[in-house]
Design a protein around this ligand. Sequence first.
Ligand code: HDE
Length: 720
Amino acid sequence: MTKKTATNQENSKKQQLAAHTEDGRGQYLTTNQGVRINDNQNSLKAGARGPSLLEDFILREKLTHFDHERIPERVVHARGSAAHGVFQVYQSMANYTKAGFLQDASKQTPVFVRFSTVVGFRGSTDLARDVRGFAVKFYTEEGIFDLVGNNIPVFFIQDAMKFPDLVHSIKPEPHNEIPQATAAHDTFWDFVSLMPEATHMVMWAMSDRAIPRSYRMMEGFGVHTFRFINEAGKSTFVKFHWKPMLGMHAVAWDEAQKISGADPDFHRRDLWEAIEKGMYPEWELGVQLVAEEDEHAFPFDLLDPTKIIPEEMVPVTPIGKLTLNRNPDNFFAETEQVAFHPGHIVPGLDFTNDPLLQGRLFSYTDTQLIRLGSPNFHEIPINRSVAPVHNNQRDGHMRQTINKGIASYEPNTVGGGCPFQAKIAEGGFSSYPERVEAHKVRERSASFSDHFSQATLFYRSQSKAEQRHIIGAYSFELGKVNRVEIRQRMLGILAQVDKDLAQAVGENLGLEVPETPEQPINRGVPANADQTTYEPQSSKPSIERSPALSMLFTRPKKMGIATRKIAFLAANGVNDADFTQVRAVLEENGATVQVISPKLGTIKTERNEAIKVDHSFLTASSVLFDAIYVPGGAASIAGLGVESKAIHFINEAYLHCKPIAASKGVGSFLAKTALPTGILVGEDPGLILDEELSALKTAFVDAIAHHRFWDREEARNVPA
Ligand code: HDE
């Protein structure tokens, strides 16, 4: 992440938004009609103790507007956070696409990016185990392009027809609206255990990808195969990837559940604070390109959204960079009212026949009509194109544009034939003339029926720790399922993916995995169809292992500790050198230090310097920090030693495999915690407990950059 000057943030979209931005500072309070208000405290009454008068237009206007403040939340992806930024291509992509924003390395395209969870309601927690939305609106000079993706590169289902079923199964159960923001209940697992096509995506959702440390530390994917179209009209298949410069990091599942209580806004706050501090989050846009003639060169179908193209088969080429550099001014006006649509594309891009994508092309406009209430949602400032908009669409609720002239049809002569069509050479959009010759059928292509091999590839490509977490996640989620037959059916599916995985989950659930499990039955079959044509086909993964699928094998482009949050546990009498030197080195590296003490206010160092306390143990929790440091100072150590929450703080950070550093002389306090002593400490590079100050500083920074020490999980037995 880099610190940028404010001038980089000036762009056409910002200027456009400025015209719609209101600032009440230094202004009179008025009604919506602009009348200055003299009394905003009392309604109009017949006598001070008398009845209110209907005539009170100020009260009526205020209450009416308030009564209508809420709009329907998104049916999925309701909870989200967004930011403004820019996208810049590294070099011209003209060989593949004529899209204007991908031609010129000196051009910055304004963007607005919204991250979201999928299942929970608007007020739910950020740390749910869930897929994350990663939706990018490019305000290009040729119109709006929305890349409406997720942080997982595949989807649960292959055909849009199943989307309402999927969402109904994962949302809270309809009779009692329980549980909130989680798949861990009977209806979801009932559905996916009957739909083997979901197996691959469910595997990703059970992995650490579904509990990211930060929106800034997760990947994004366009999921479907799209098309690039160049000036000559040649088409190349393309899959889009966003790769975070900070690398990918997750929290522990136990930690995620506790963060949901301690700070349900954890990801929202993290994104907001990073941008406010000028530590701008960055991603590289990568593409996997497949020549048109290679459409059938793979053992899977490019149109099947439950499949990836392994990066080892087609590398991801970085083509540009996304930087988020400005927080929204108003959550509702921008983040809530932004309307994404995979059908918003510009010349140089086109769709494929992926049946999931095709259904999405209908759904997103339709959903904005109910959510934003009018076909004029494109006129809401955050949704406005910076390219000029001229057409003969007219009227409707809340129309903003004042269209001049009498010609609202085309062709016309009374308006001079305007607005007129653009030739392709003038930037007019034309669809790729793909040849289609077929019967009209409701069918699933046989090339979509391998449901397990990429799930196997994913599982086998994970590190030991990641596999352990996947086993834990299945065991947790299925443990929340009440009907044993659903758990058993899921074990049958897992057995198709990996026997050891099924065995480990089965053991945790107290269920047997049969020696030769039966092939799971696909229940997602049309009434008249031949069941055999819909049976899941097991085939060998096209490659044995794909290191790119593991979060731990994928190294960040920018290693470092910028924006990491470090808790210093200290009380009165803290050692000056320990405190100031370690703080200095962390802050020089861009990390944030917060002082946690038994009480709020200030503490005094050994040399009587005052230090501001950021949190008492009452409002702080180890789960909100990336690493912990305990400076020396006999009185400070004694003060912490009588604070059970300080001991719990350390134990919990240890449980979650975080770096912990303590200066020499802190032993009496550490002895009260569950940290290992002696030789065992040396075996864990995340514990820096007996080093001189200079060595401690270097080792601690390295350990924080490493993020987590998951190997600790194998031996650990921590009372936290
Ligand atoms: Fe969406 N999806 N989706 N989706 N989706 C919506 O549109 C839908 C799918 C995604 O931050 C809705 O404006 C259907 C895949 C994101 O505002 C709705 C199908 C992917 C967001 C909708 C899918 C996504 C949405 C709800 C299957 C990843 C949030 C509110 C045919 C590639 C965008 C809204 C934001 C939102 C429909 C499947 C990503 C109802 C019918 C696959 C990131 O229109």
